[in-house]
Ligand binder design. Structure first.
Ligand SMILES: [Zn+2]
Length: 207
């Protein structure tokens, strides 16, 4: 696993500085909060998508990637792997981000995932200091992050994260479609599976 402070991890803040400078130059200071959330989400999701691409291209695995951000830095990254269990991208990104460190929900930590977190990953998020979760494509087969807070135990309500879906959704869908089309697994032949329906519908539409 790569170090969180490698060259890719330190690039995010300079990009954000550029976005801020551009907004200031064009006199759009009032729009900064909107630009910040939208701009940051896209920037960090690009890093998560790169992890997903690495899983697909390097290891021929389902393209799922995740990064964890704090104060303009990427402090954890992960991608789908079969080398360890559980090898979900979000779990590995959180492990790298939080191992040996102590954070609180006030720190503003955000997790970006290319696909909606499953019950295992979202459950782990609920017991982490993550304040926001941003995912690219929905997962109608196993995703739970879209569910309202009221569906989770009351003990998890106090620090329930803010969840946003749809950031760079088409890019994530395109990667999964590529994987599904090359995969020989029976899973992707099951037209009753809502994830297969979603991916193949987009394949038919040529999106
Ligand atoms: Zn998961």
């Amino acid at each position: 696993m790569r170090d969180a402070t490698d060259d890719k991890g330190t690039v995010a803040e300079p990009i954000w500085s550029l976005v801020k400078a551009m907004a200031t130059l064009t006199g759009q200071r009032d729009m900064m909060s909107g630009i910040r959330s939208m701009g940051e989400d896209v920037i960090y999701m690009e890093f998560a998508l790169q992890e997903a691409k690495d899983a697909l291209i390097d290891d021929n695995l389902f393209p799922a990637g995740a990064v964890v951000s704090l104060n303009g830095q990427i402090i954890g990254r992960g991608r789908k792997t079969c080398a360890v269990h559980p090898g979900h991208a979000e779990i590995l990104a959180m492990k790298q981000a939080f191992e040996g460190r102590s954070y609180t929900h006030a720190d503003g930590i955000v997790l970006y995932s290319t696909i909606e977190p499953c019950v295992m990953c979202f459950g782990t998020i609920l017991y982490s200091p993550i304040q926001r979760v941003v995912y690219a494509m929905e997962d109608p087969w196993a995703g739970v992050a879209h569910l309202p807070k009221s569906m989770f135990p009351i003990g998890n309500h106090e620090n329930f994260p803010i969840v946003t879906g749809g950031a760079l959704r088409e890019d994530a869908l395109r990667l999964v479609k590529e994987y599904a089309q090359r995969s020989g697994k029976a899973f992707w032949q099951n037209q009753d599976n809502p994830l297969v329906k979603l991916v193949m519908r987009d394949a038919r539409d040529g999106n």
